[in-house]
Design a protein around this ligand. Structure first.
Ligand code: PLP
Length: 402
């Protein structure tokens, strides 16, 4: 079958909840993917940072195959011999005393919200079912009813209410707004250290530190959603570390399993995560031995291949080079590590057509929030590959008649 035939099948039989670029990928290797026509592309999205380790990483593949031949699912009704090792290795790597494994990112966010509420009633002694959680405008925390309940994007919400109560939304990047929103019933502040889906929005320097101080002073939990920014993407293990902040709760997903498997987790210390009692929360697939083995290998690759340091070094270079491109269409280039956004001027007519022009040149990037092109290649990328991509990016950004 050719590209058009695959697209027709998908359009006819699949729900249209995405608007993908018209490229049908059949194979991947490191930073490269190949379409069904045999054309090769540099992947500059990395599945929204789920593939930080590069496509089909051989060590993660080996762990997956080996574990798949042994045991894949026991349910948490029984114990398995992979999950305890994942717990220990996650704790050693992140410094959090405990973790709770789930599958998708949205589920892990919901898990963090549940534990924050329980903490509010059991520890902070907020009257039951009165807890408030502060979130930020422009956020992206997933697509479940609760996570869209505090979205500020009309497209995500308009036809999907009624919504989960108990959330307050304030402008992102404004610590005073959080200070003003805190009440005696505030259980937690939930935010992304950099808003990825919001358009690679980097808050003002000092923001995360101020939020952490406010939370501490008011006995409020600081929950960082690092599903996209965590595990090396921004040049630190966690993006909050750019301001030496250690949130009370950190949520991870995406790259936790290197793109092989959906694995997410909530990280916190025992005083918080230890509050869950048997039966209060769970997931049939969460913490299964296949997921745990894959996640262990994926974490190991991040450490062994120094992906955090690579992201810092190559990200700095990539941003510098992008910033030097003089294009009439570009409003701003911003980034931290290898999470980079090129914001186009409104008059440029939207980022999508630039992404389509990049696709024609063998570079896959995706527009986010209409006017931003995100460049977030796998962290295994090297300087030579960035140098290969730059002339094409330069040409596309300067293209007037796209
Ligand atoms: C992707 C993402 C999520 C949702 O993860 P899913 O696995 O798609 O449910 C939540 N928060 C952030 C910051 C994300 O980037």
């Amino acid at each position: 079958m050719n590209t058009q035939e695959y697209i027709q099948l998908e359009e006819k039989f699949g729900a249209h909840n995405y608007h993908p670029l018209d490229v049908v990928i059949t194979r991947g290797d490191g930073v490269w993917v190949y379409d069904v026509e045999g054309k090769k592309y540099l992947d500059c999205l990395s599945a929204y940072s789920a593939v930080n380790q590069g496509h089909v990483h051989p060590k993660i593949l080996a762990a997956l195959v080996e574990q798949a031949g042994k045991i894949t699912l026991t349910s948490r009704a029984f114990r398995n011999d992979q999950l305890p090792l994942l717990y220990k290795e996650l704790s050693d790597l992140t410094g959090y005393g405990m973790s709770l494994p789930m599958n998708s990112g949205a589920e892990a966010v919901e898990t963090a919200l549940k534990i924050a509420r329980k903490w509010a009633y059991q520890v902070k002694k907020i009257p039951r079912h009165q807890a408030e959680i502060i979130t930020c405008a422009g956020n992206f925390h997933g697509r479940t009813i609760t996570t869209i309940s505090f979205s500020t994007e009309p497209l995500y919400r308009d036809d999907f209410g009624p919504f989960t109560p108990g959330f307050v939304t304030v402008p992102y990047g404004d610590a005073d707004a959080i200070a003003n929103a805190i009440t005696p019933n505030t259980a937690a502040v939930l935010l992304e250290p950099i808003q990825g889906e919001g358009g690679v929005i980097i808050p003002p320097t000092g923001y995360l530190k101020k939020v952490a101080e406010l939370c501490k002073k008011n006995n409020v939990l600081f929950i960082a959603d690092e599903i996209q920014t965590g595990l090396g993407r921004t040049g630190k293990l966690f993006a909050a570390q750019h301001e030496s902040v250690r949130p009370d709760v950190t949520v991870v997903g995406k790259a936790l399993a290197g793109g092989f498997y959906p694995v997410s987790a909530v990280l916190a210390d025992k005083e918080i995560l230890g509050l869950f009692a048997p039966g209060e929360h769970g997931s049939t697939f969460g913490g299964n031995p296949l997921a745990a083995a894959v996640a262990r290998a994926a974490l190991n690759v991040i450490v062994e291949e120094h992906l955090v340091e690579r992201a810092a070094e190559l990200g700095e270079y990539f941003v510098e080079q992008l910033a030097e491109i003089s294009s009439p269409h570009v409003k701003e280039v911003r980034g931290r590590g290898l999470l980079i956004g090129v914001e186009l001027k409104k008059e440029a007519g939207g980022a999508r057509r630039f992404c389509e022009a990049l696709q024609a040149k063998g570079i896959l990037a995706k527009e986010t929030h209409e006017h931003v092109i995100r460049f977030a290649p796998p962290l295994v990328i090297d300087k030579a590959t960035i140098d290969w991509a730059l002339p094409s990016i330069r040409e596309v950004l300067n293209y007037h008649g796209v």
